[in-house]
Design a protein around this ligand. Structure first.
Ligand code: ZN
Length: 463
């Protein structure tokens, strides 16, 4: 890791050097022989033959089960009655017990298969705020990078290393002694040709510096948190700012991409957004294709959904910390009747209708039941331009707090009325709404924007 105390007293240019040195080390871990081998494989591969895809998936599944039983004490015990060879088709996976998030967390030490040496750590936040540490083998990790880069290749990024990348993710590096009085909220990682923009300093008054630097840097790829890229897009649109560059592609991660996010981002940057799902735990990938469809990539794992749409994931790149029928706490909706029909893009991998966010991403109305993230997206779509950020918090069964960050010069009582009307339409006449104005909506410690805070769930969980 970076040496924080040296970093904090270094001038910004030297911080770039420190980041790049560290970047070089990470680069070697991520991009080695395994990466190059699989990248070549993945970009060549045809994904049109469903019989072949199913056969490969079965082989991968058996191999993961065998490995887990052999090297993970936890799975040696839970899978003792499962014989990999007797898994005759993917549906047989149902014979394997499901592992819940809390169970994984409590047993994590006996789930790991490898010693901590030569492994890559990854931390996940988790919905309850308790963090979880998983280990990837170097192989797993390089395969994952190869897969992601082959996905980007298919979206038109021929050379990921040479392309100028702008990344907005939850790391705080715009700090230290020399940061005071400076408007430079980014650092440069020369090892990966990547400018890292701090998402922790994106207060309204700083956004003009971000935009002017982007105009100067002219990135070919923009990566990162949905909320951060959306915030910039909205700023560009609301202020009629002229961007002097057009990226080749924008890849969003980590937060649920809703239609209003996509519309604003594509319109501000005149560039297509590609959505993807890949958790820090190492879940199988869901990626958006050139035809605009989300595919469940069955060559990276098995995704099942339970009756409430929660995903049970089995991932082929988790040889360090095997995930087998793990309830990851995120929800998706498969397209109806997909029947593995061929997509316009040529892939037979099943189509996912939507990635619906975390299982806890809903509010509750006694009259109308659960109101999910996608329904709230419709409310947000119609809200006036004077509102910059919105967050919904439910502490009581019959009351929702609506936190708003507004442009005070434009915001009127009429705007407030409009939001309450559309919320009443969604939640019914018996729900109370309280509007609270804030200068900025707080992000999580990891820098993520949470649109919905349902504190009722926490109350139920605790009781
Ligand atoms: Zn497709």
């Amino acid at each position: 890791m970076l040496n924080e105390s040296i970093y904090n007293i270094s001038p910004i240019l030297f911080q770039n050097f420190i980041i790049s040195t560290y970047g070089k080390k990470v680069f070697k871990q991520r991009y080695g022989d395994v990466y190059y081998h699989f990248f070549e494989e993945y970009i060549k591969e045809e994904k049109s033959n469903i019989a072949k895809e199913k056969e490969n998936q079965l082989i991968e599944l058996r191999s993961l089960i065998e490995h887990a039983k052999k090297y993970s004490p936890y799975y040696a015990s839970t899978l003792k009655n499962i014989e990999a060879i007797k898994i005759k088709n993917i549906d047989d996976i149902k014979k394997i017990p499901i592992i819940e998030k809390e169970e994984l967390r409590q047993n994590i030490k006996s789930i790991y298969t490898t010693a901590n040496r030569n492994t890559i750590k990854s931390f996940t936040g988790g919905t309850t705020g308790k963090s979880l540490e998983v280990y990837f083998t170097q192989n797993d990790f390089q395969k994952r990078m190869a897969y992601l880069d082959s996905f980007k290749y298919k979206c038109g990024i021929n050379n990921i290393f040479l392309s100028k990348k702008a990344t907005f993710s939850g790391r705080s590096f715009a700090k230290g002694f020399f940061q005071k009085n400076s408007n430079i909220y980014w650092r440069f990682n020369s090892a990966y040709n990547q400018r890292l923009y701090s998402t922790f300093d994106m207060q309204e008054e700083n956004l003009r510096y971000y935009i002017s630097d982007l105009n100067d840097y002219k990135p070919e790829i923009i990566n990162g948190f949905v909320s951060a890229i959306y915030q910039l897009a909205k700023y560009v649109l609301d202020n009629n700012i002229n961007l002097v560059f057009t990226p080749k592609a924008i890849f969003t991660t980590s937060e649920t991409l809703l239609s209003f996010h996509r519309d604003a981002i594509q319109s501000a940057f005149s560039c297509k957004v590609f959505n993807q799902y890949a958790s820090a735990e190492g879940a199988p990938f869901i990626t958006e294709c050139v035809a605009g469809k989300l595919h469940y990539r069955m060559d990276t794992g098995v995704i099942e959904t339970n009756e409430t749409g929660e995903m049970l994931v089995t991932s082929f790149t988790t040889y360090g910390t095997p995930l087998i029928r793990y309830n990851i706490g995120d929800r998706i909706t498969f397209a109806k009747n997909d029947g593995y029909s061929l997509c316009e893009c040529g892939s037979c991998h099943p189509i996912v209708e939507s990635i619906d966010g975390r299982a806890v991403d809903y509010l509750f109305s006694p009259e109308k039941g659960k109101v999910s993230l996608s329904h709230l997206a419709d409310v947000i779509k119609g809200i006036p331009n004077s509102i910059k950020e919105v967050q919904f918090i439910q502490n009581n069964i019959d009351e929702i707090e609506i936190h708003l960050n507004v442009d005070k010069k434009q915001y009127t009582a009429q705007d407030e009325k409009k939001i309450i009307e559309s919320m009443t339409y969604r939640f019914g006449r018996n729900m109370f709404f309280t509007i609270k104005l804030a200068d900025r909506i707080e992000r999580t410690r990891g820098g993520k924007f949470v649109l919905i805070k349902n504190n009722l769930i926490k109350i139920i969980e605790k009781s």
